[in-house]
Design a protein around this ligand. Sequence first.
Ligand code: ADP
Length: 488
Amino acid sequence: MATNPEITTTKCLVNGNWVTAASGRTFPVTDPATDEHLADVPDMGEGETRDAITAAHDAFPEWRSTPAPARAGLVANLANLMRRDEDRLAALMTAEQGKPLAESLGEIRYAASFFEEAARQGPSLTGDIVPASNPDQRILALRQPVGVCAIITPWNFPAAMITRKLGPALACGCTAIIKPAHATPLSALAIARLAIEAGLPPGTVNVLTADAETFSNTVLADERVRKLSFTGSTKVGQILMRGAADNLLRLSLELGGHAPFIVFDDADLDAAIEGAVACKFRNAGQTCICANRFFVQSGIYEAFMDRLARKIEALKIGRGSDDGVTIGPLINDDAVHKVEDHVADALDKGGKVLVGGERVKLEGLADRFYAPTLLEGMTPDMKLFREETFGPVAPVMKFDDEDEAVALANDSEFGLAAYFYTNNASRLTRVAEALDYGIVGANDGGPSAAQAPFGGVKHSGFGREGGSYAMHEYTDIKYVSVKIKPTD
Ligand code: ADP
């Protein structure tokens, strides 16, 4: 049994102070693997959310006029502190989120890399001097920070979803108020503590654990907030977009995905299997870019299914902090019910389970573990084909030709990530261009990188995180027209 993680704070950070809710209300944080109570965190209300907005608003003028290299230095400090404390932060993440410890460690490093990338990008952010038609005019396009940014994040990546937004926001000169997911606030509060240690001025980073609607309604109604960056479900993204209309907030929405994973006859089978397992079963399938629908060409079908089945059987399910575990619990009971519902619906419609297909009871642990599953005979009328399953289920459909595979892959309202495997260079180019997705992994089941543009199209949202692309999300362009006299 793992020891309890070190919890450095259960208070919220507002204006550099550690505070509780005025109402005294809290909500509990539990370990999804065991139901063990980890901590109680403040249930911050409307007033405290407004205090945080005031703090961020008041801190903005000085922060925006701090030279970009100095801002970047503080963001880099934060990255270094995350790396210094990576083991502690990983243990905390596994406790509140459930993912295997190795994955938590990977996420902490990935999260730190967003601060590092933002620290690189900030000082190199430039505007333009555009050639004018009139000899007495100079056209300047300046990039200026948008202002106070509200950041709302999900539970599946409790650290990285924050840093990929907060890093570029700070590096651009914005200040932030962050609301982490209910299930995973402890990682966010731990990052908040490191922000203070890193030397970020009071008010630049504020973290509130709060009821989602109270927080978002307060933020959307306050015209001092100029930007909302959200990662979560399409349904909530749509609610927030409607709510953002009154104050015409700038938005970045990274919403649901439903990734196709295509394996062509000419694929490198080893690479396709490795990619499939990593891409499908990371975080027990609870990621927005994980493969949800497998399309496998008839010539390679038998070999692929046989190899994938053996790989899935070798996955080890259990508590994330136990040695060698590769599949942790699902985040909550609703998540398990959704997976069960999708599998039952598929079986009703002619699907066949080859591996798994049921909950796994583990002694002394919560009833929240679902066996990694391989299912064949997927058809477009199944829920598995239409909705994001968010669980460790790999549904597979056989196809015959390239056009058919691309049409099936594009038959979704979502457009976040897509994957395909082929050794044919022309096909690689054709298919990459034809897939209606914001991210395409061509022979790559793990495309995420802090330098790369991450984001979707269609119902997967808009805006890009990572690299220089993120800097555009947190800056406005100001056009300055200078009239000059040709001579004095
Ligand atoms: P997930 O499936 O990842 O839980 P959600 O969209 O439900 O996706 O949640 C993502 C984030 O959005 C969380 O921080 C959650 O608390 C927040 N959230 C949920 N419902 C709302 C809402 N109605 N308004 C604003 N934020 C919300």
